[in-house]
Ligand binder design. Structure first.
Ligand SMILES: [Fe+2]
Length: 276
């Protein structure tokens, strides 16, 4: 299915739900596909994704570009991404404002950047390269983080705003990540929201965290927590309705649990619209 228009609350496509989706054909407005799980040429992932793509709009969400790294962007990764876009026609492609690999090692983590002019320039140039290669704008996602850099020269929201403007890219606003980082680093999530380039937001993410001592861990293993629902309500009031994703990556529950979370997000959007 060509994914030209995406709206409402979608779900992250996970392999444990393939058979349920194909057997039950649940009403879901769209699925977000973890692109890195489909970099191979065939096998079960593509067997199922082809069938799901025939019935549902898709978006692509990647973790492997390592946009902030100093090593060159991977031509082979980008070539494969172009092929996958041709095959599955996602409505959009998103990645993270992070780095995960240097010239020798890949941490497989989404690591934060210092908020400096040099990092803004580096990140925005790399996003521009990707957009040129793909022939389309991409969405970039704000991270959750557990450390800050003494070298930082600006706030996270100033850093992201500047990158989006220079690269002229779109924004995937992860509401859970804002809350997690706000608690971990002691900033005001409302000030963060107010400082973001909200006109560029094309998607929001909702997920659950774990409490570990004084820190919140962005585990994607729990239902969305009350403070994140509240921040989502405030974000939607600022942006208007934006396609939203329920993102669950660990301890993945029954499909019905994801559907319930999606209904709650939809309900909040309706309440915000009614109050406007
Ligand atoms: Fe996310």
């Amino acid at each position: 299915m060509t994914s030209e228009v995406i709206s409402g609350v979608g779900l992250g496509l996970r392999s444990c739900h393939y058979q349920h989706i194909l057997a039950e054909q649940p009403v879901v407005p769209w699925f977000e596909v973890m692109t890195d799980n489909y970099m191979g040429a065939g096998g079960q992932p593509h067997h199922y994704l082809q069938q799901i793509a025939a019935q549902y709009p898709l978006t692509f969400h990647g973790v492997g570009l390592s946009l902030g790294s100093v090593r060159p962007l991977s031509d082979s990764y980008l070539d494969r991404l172009v092929e996958l876009i041709d095959i599955y026609q996602p409505a959009w492609v998103s990645e993270h404002l992070c780095w995960s690999a240097n010239t020798q090692h890949n941490s497989h983590d989404l690591l934060p950047m210092p908020y400096t002019e040099a990092a803004v320039r580096h990140m925005s140039e790399r996003i521009s390269q990707v957009q040129e290669r793909l022939g389309r704008r991409i969405l970039v996602e704000n991270l959750s983080s557990y450390v800050t850099f003494a070298e930082s020269e600006m706030t996270e929201w100033e850093y992201i705003s500047e990158i989006c403007q220079r690269a002229d890219c779109d924004l995937l606003l992860d509401i859970n990540n804002i809350h997690v980082s706000a608690v971990n680093h002691g900033f005001d999530a409302r000030e963060y929201l107010a400082g973001m380039p909200l006109a560029r937001v094309r998607e929001m993410h909702l997920a659950g965290y774990e409490v570990q001592g004084d820190l919140l861990l962005d585990s994607h293993s729990q239902p969305v927590h009350p403070p994140v629902w509240q921040l989502y309500r405030e974000a939607v009031a600022l942006t208007g309705p934006v396609p939203t994703l329920i993102e669950w990556d660990n301890a993945i529950p029954a499909f019905s649990v994801l559907e319930q979370e999606a209904r709650q997000a939809q309900q909040i959007c309706q309440e915000v619209a009614d109050a406007a």
